[in-house]
Design a protein around this ligand. Structure first.
Ligand code: CO
Length: 196
C-alpha cells in the first residue's frame, strides 16, 4: 500500500478497536512520522479529519483541521447552520469524548473510507475531548458545531465505527445526487421528503 492510501470500508481494520498509544511512544520518531503521514493524507484527500485506522494503523490517533477553501461551496447561512468554522490542525492521541446534552444536530456527512456517498447523521452539538498530543502533552478542547461533529466521527473510527452505523439510512445517497437534490434543503425538509 502506498504511503497515503486510505483504507476503504470492507477492510477489517475499520471495524476493529484501535490500541491505546503506550507511554514510551510519546515523543518518538515513529509516532511523529505517523502523525505527519496522517496530516498529509488528510490534506491530500482533501478531508477535515482522519483516524489512524484509515491508514491501516490500529492506534488511537486522530488529526483534524478545517480551512476556508474546504467550505467554499457553502454560503454563509449554510456555514452558520452547520457551525462550520476554520480551525488549525489538532492532533489527539488516546482521546476520550464527553458529549454535552441536547440538542442533537443532523447534517449530511461523508467519510474518506466510504468514498462517493453521504447521509444525514445525528450528532451531539457540543463536546469536550481530552487526550494527548504527539509529545505527550495533555490536550483538552471543548467545541461545538462542525468541529464537534468531526471529533465524534473520527473517534467513532477508533472504536470500529463508521457513520453508516449512525446515519438516517433513508437519506444515504451518491454525492452528486445529494449535492443537487438535498444538500440545499434544510435537514428537516430532507427528512420529511425522504420519510427519514
Ligand atoms: Co471517516
Amino acid at each position: 500500500m502506498a504511503k497515503h492510501d486510505i483504507v476503504r470500508a470492507g477492510h477489517p481494520v475499520l471495524r476493529g478497536v484501535a490500541e491505546v498509544v503506550a507511554e514510551e511512544e510519546f515523543g518518538s520518531k515513529s509516532l511523529r512520522e505517523l502523525v505527519k503521514t496522517m496530516v498529509e493524507a488528510m490534506r491530500r484527500a482533501p478531508g477535515v479529519g482522519l483516524a489512524a485506522p484509515q491508514l491501516g494503523v490500529a492506534k488511537q490517533v486522530i488529526v483534524l483541521e478545517d480551512a476556508e477553501r474546504l467550505m467554499a461551496a457553502l454560503n454563509l447561512e449554510q456555514r452558520k447552520a452547520r457551525g462550520r468554522v476554520p480551525f488549525t490542525l489538532r492532533t489527539l492521541i488516546n482521546p476520550s469524548l464527553e458529549l454535552h446534552g441536547e440538542p442533537e444536530t443532523v447534517f449530511f456527512e461523508g467519510c474518506l473510507s466510504v468514498p462517493g456517498f453521504s447521509a444525514l447523521v445525528p450528532r451531539h452539538f457540543r463536546v469536550t475531548v481530552r487526550g494527548r498530543d504527539e509529545k505527550g502533552d495533555a490536550v483538552e478542547w471543548t467545541t461545538e458545531g462542525w468541529p464537534a461533529r468531526i471529533l465524534q466521527h473520527e473517534i467513532d473510527h477508533l472504536n470500529g465505527g463508521l457513520y453508516v452505523d449512525r446515519m438516517l439510512s433513508r437519506t444515504f445517497g451518491v454525492n452528486d445526487e445529494v449535492a443537487q437534490r438535498w444538500q440545499l434543503l434544510s435537514p428537516a425538509d430532507v427528512r420529511e421528503k425522504l420519510r427519514a
